[in-house]
Design a binder for this molecule. Sequence first.
Ligand code: GLN
Length: 456
Amino acid sequence: MDFKNLTINKIKEIFQEVDLEDFYSEYFDFLKKGNQEIQAFLSFTENLAFASIKELKNKNKNLPLWGVPIAIKDNILVKDERCTAGSKILENYIAPYDATVIKKIKEAGAIIVGKTNMDEFAMGSSTENSAFFPTFNPFDKSRVPGGSSGGSAAVVGKGLVPIALGSDTGGSIRQPASFCGVYGLKPTYGVVSRYGLIAMASSLDQIGPLAKDLDDLILLFEIIRGKDELDSTSVEFPKEKIRKFEIKTVGLPKEFFEDLDSNIANLILSRLKETKVTLKEISLKYIRYGLHCYYLIMPAEVSANLARYDGIRYGQTVKGELWEIYKKARGEFLGKEVKRRIILGTFVLSHGYYEAYYLKAQKLRRAIFEDFQKAFKEVDLIISPTSPCLPFKLNEKIEDPLQMYLSDIYTIPVNLAGLPALNIPIGFINDLPVGMQIIGNLFDEYKIFEFAKMFE
Ligand code: GLN
């Protein structure tokens, strides 16, 4: 059987004739073999998969994801499976319950096939911060797949699974999607429940879908979204926003294109000109402070969220005096980047500095939101590159955190403003995939999808 580049529809066709169990006993071999080339999985969930298959046989075949394989980023809890968040501190942690998104995809009939590699606690842009091993770009093994959802993007990009889930705090779905040539959506903040997602920065984190096919991505988005009693920040997706839209004008922020690599800029512009949509230059005044603002707010929330990994609960346990336990657990089992952010976060929240840094960043965050709101009075959608650069070489940026942080200059403001944005693959430069980011106003996911369809 040819398992490569399957879409949900193709899989459904296969299951008209092929038995689920037969399919999966061969499919796991295919998956493991493909994975050897890119090292994208941290674990395979074969037992869970075959248990789900047994249950599925008694369920309605018309379930939207009946029998469809899906890969899950390893910071999303799947009951009774290991969940590491890419960290040594959670190396032995077994999830005691299902995240809400997992409950939903299981009910829809999906088969979870494995947990994917990621930067430790989702901090990074290349998956090199994984405490276990790096993942390779499916188009060039000497390059990174992006991050932090690099494992999920790589397995979809290589055509091993049709769909995957990732999480996005400052670009971690869209940037790896761009590097691996797939679609990746960061939904409007609150539209997808964060219950069961290992928190990085709670006011920015969102779970979202990755897929090779746009319709598959939309379907997965429709399955995972919705208000959840277990996440008080979650909201119902407004029904009136699920409809056809006419897209007349898209905005190109001049701040985003000023210093952009001319090859990437030209590719985006030439693809945009193929559509009949009017292009309009816009300005987002405060956008250039996005990165500064993010690297104050995000670490502040990180320092609070990661305080729970004390060496007593969750995964690694250490024996000794209390202070020794903290020192050993956090000193030994947390990586360099994670520690850097915890220290920065406790500093910006500390007495005497709070007003100067954290409070100021919050004000800036509001100003960035207002900037976007003003822009959406003039245009239907905003377009930007997803990443300022092509997939870079392994080890190229790992010793220079600032260079790494800069990979997300176009994606971070979107999280700060809580907006939805989609990466779509638009072509190749030097045989490496290039992505374009389509940004919408709050709850404008269907406007984004409609525009994305023009490029299929
Ligand atoms: N690369 C960004 C960071 O390192 C974004 C990470 C994310 O979205 N989880 O913080």
